[in-house]
Design a protein around this ligand. Structure first.
Ligand code: OSB
Ligand code: MG
Length: 370
């Protein structure tokens, strides 16, 4: 594909309700939309999910803007495909979210040029994906019950709650008492504990959780392997897996039975496919797709990734209405009654960006022509 124009459009989107984790509280977040246009006029969209502060990862919307504008866009000359993009930017160490925003726009564009839905283009095998919901830390356990009850009534198939030291066993106990032993439930600590907290995890072992996500350090693999030997509940890694090589090391060390793959965290859909093929096809272990509170643009890429064969746990991919009053795409992503989201039939990510609105409300814009 030959590109003629790439635009960065930064918008800020306000969440319906604040989202609190062990690393902070989000009420509004930046989304850098990447719009790529090839010489025939076809367009692809991607989203950079880096937050305004370096809390989940070291990247921010500022670092991503800088890295894309000054180091990634100058590489996009000549024949560009999702496949050769990775090699073109391999000199840039890290900055996976910046890379992923551009890479995913190229995937959307490539699928559209083939006239195929993105999920089919990347080899997905199912036309609906299982939707879970990630519930932030709540001000009280009563509030937690109320919020979870609301999501269950909407049909979400699995609940994940955020935990942190001091807000760990009690919320899990409360949910088990209220909703019973069969509620599919898991927790996400976002790297807020250390190995000396093993007693907390031994207590959590009593509650039949599907998994414990990223209990220890955000770059750690070794302590997670030690913790995995000491508890029964499977460990799922999020932050610690930034590429295929991390996944291989996690396997070799025994750091996790499960990994959640976030296309944004690993540099895009190409690396998502490689991790999927290693973890699922080679090792026989299922994965699931995690989210970063994406707008409808990033959500389209998540839905496509979740149609891959090895995705067998419910995903952190909820409907547009779980996050935003008004999403920036048409139609918004909707939850079916059975707790699934349908993979689109239209080409690419399958939804239209509300481009006028996005341009009108943009905080900043950058355009590169080739
Ligand atoms: O750790 O999975 C996480 C959101 C922002 C940053 C990190 C995480 C999350 C979520 C939300 O849990 C998942 C979603 O997009 O619904
Ligand atoms: Mg997580």
């Amino acid at each position: 594909m030959e590109l003629r124009k790439v635009e960065l459009i930064e918008v800020w989107v306000k969440l319906k309700s604040p989202f609190e984790t062990s690393f902070g509280r989000t009420e509004e977040r930046p989304a850098i939309l990447v719009r790529v246009e090839e010489k025939g006029g076809e367009v692809g969209w991607g989203e950079v999910v880096a937050d305004s502060g370096p809390w989940y990862s070291y990247e921010t919307n500022e670092t991503a803007w800088h890295v894309i504008r000054d180091f990634i866009l100058p590489q996009l000359k000549g024949d560009i495909t999702p496949g050769n993009f990775t090699a073109l930017v391999s000199r840039i160490r890290g900055h996976n979210m910046a890379k992923a925003g551009v890479e995913m726009a190229l995937w959307d564009l490539a699928a559209k040029l083939e006239g195929l839905p993105l999920w089919r283009y990347i080899g997905g095998v199912r036309d609906k994906i299982v939707s879970g919901v990630s519930v932030g830390i709540q001000p009280s356990l009563q509030e937690l019950v109320k919020v979870v009850d609301g999501y269950l009534q909407q049909g979400y198939a699995r609940i994940k709650i955020k935990i942190k030291p001091g807000y760990d066993v009690a919320p899990v106990k409360k949910l088990r008492e209220t909703f019973g032993a069969n509620l599919p439930l898991q927790v996400d600590a976002n790297a807020s504990f250390s190995l000396s907290d093993v007693e907390v995890f031994r207590k959590l072992d009593e509650y039949n959780l599907l998994m414990i996500e990223q209990p220890l350090g955000w770059r750690d693999l070794v302590d997670h392997a030690e913790l995995a030997r000491r508890i029964r509940t499977p460990i799922c890694l999020d932050e610690s897996i930034t590429d295929l090589d991390d996944a291989r090391k996690a396997y070799q060390l025994g750091s996790a039975m499960i990994i959640n793959v976030k296309p944004a965290r690993v540099g895009g859909l190409g690396e998502t496919l490689r991790i999927h093929d290693f973890w699922y096809r080679q090792l026989g272990r299922p994965i699931w797709i995690g989210g970063m509170l994406e707008t409808g643009v990033g959500r389209g890429h998540l839905v496509a990734a979740a149609t891959l064969e090895g995705v067998k746990y419910p995903n952190d991919i909820s409907a547009s209405s779980r996050y935003y009053e008004n999403d920036i795409v048409e139609p918004p992503w909707e939850l079916n009654r059975d707790g699934t989201i349908s993979a689109p039939t239209r080409s690419g990510i399958g939804v239209e960006v509300l481009e006028d609105q996005v341009r009108r409300t943009a905080k900043r814009l950058y355009q590169a022509s080739f």
